[in-house]
Design a protein around this ligand. Structure first.
Ligand code: PNS
Length: 178
């Protein structure tokens, strides 16, 4: 499901897709997006539609937060996708998949995905980028856990995400047990 115009099957190495769940977007993700935007003419942040994972935020909320947080990046677009990533990459006419690598622990999963994607389409190249050091320990999972348990996530997520997380926390506190 994409709303972006593509070049119908033309793989363009100047366009990168940065896929993920982004539940929610963290400052580590934003750091990778900015690095990608310096290298590629167009970077598409592609949010996976996967309600099976029981995300904290709906896809629409994740898109809205990402658009707001990345508003000042003219070379960046936010979109959603379902199905195979390589099919989406082809549909929007990209040639590169960008993924962030924080630590060795990320490597095995990322390596498997990159090679599987290459097997599915050898026209799509995966590029790994390391975030700035202050973001290497940040993950969406930890950010959610810390915030929902009352800790501060200031500086770890964009302001709009921090606001939405606090709203979620307040909603949960108002309706315990749901
Ligand atoms: O942020 P995440 O959850 O680690 O991102 C994982 C994502 C969205 C990149 C991955 O699950 C994906 O590409 N899903 C789409 C389905 C697909 O193409 N699967 C085969 C990839 S090996």
């Amino acid at each position: 499901m994409t709303h972006l115009p593509g070049s119908q099957g033309e793989y363009d190495p100047r366009t990168a897709v940065y896929p993920g769940s982004f539940d929610p977007l963290t400052n580590g993700h934003v750091d990778i997006v900015r690095r990608s935007a310096r290298l590629f003419e167009r970077t598409i942040v592609a949010i996976l539609i996967n309600e099976d994972k029981r995300p904290l935020f709906t896809v629409a909320q994740r898109v809205q937060m990402a658009r707001e947080a990345l508003r000042s990046e003219p070379r960046v677009q936010v979109d959603t996708f379902d199905g195979l990533l390589v099919e989406y990459v082809k549909r929007v006419g990209a040639g590169v998949v960008v993924r962030g690598l924080r630590a060795i622990s990320d490597f095995e999963y990322e390596y498997q995905m990159a090679l599987m994607n290459r097997r599915l389409s050898d026209r799509v190249e995966t590029v790994f980028m390391m975030p700035a050091e202050q973001y290497v320990y940040i993950s969406s999972r930890l950010v959610k856990e810390v915030c929902m348990l009352g800790g501060s996530v200031s500086g770890l997520v964009p302001a709009v995400v921090e606001e939405r997380l606090k709203e979620k926390r307040a909603a949960v506190a108002a309706k315990p047990g749901e």
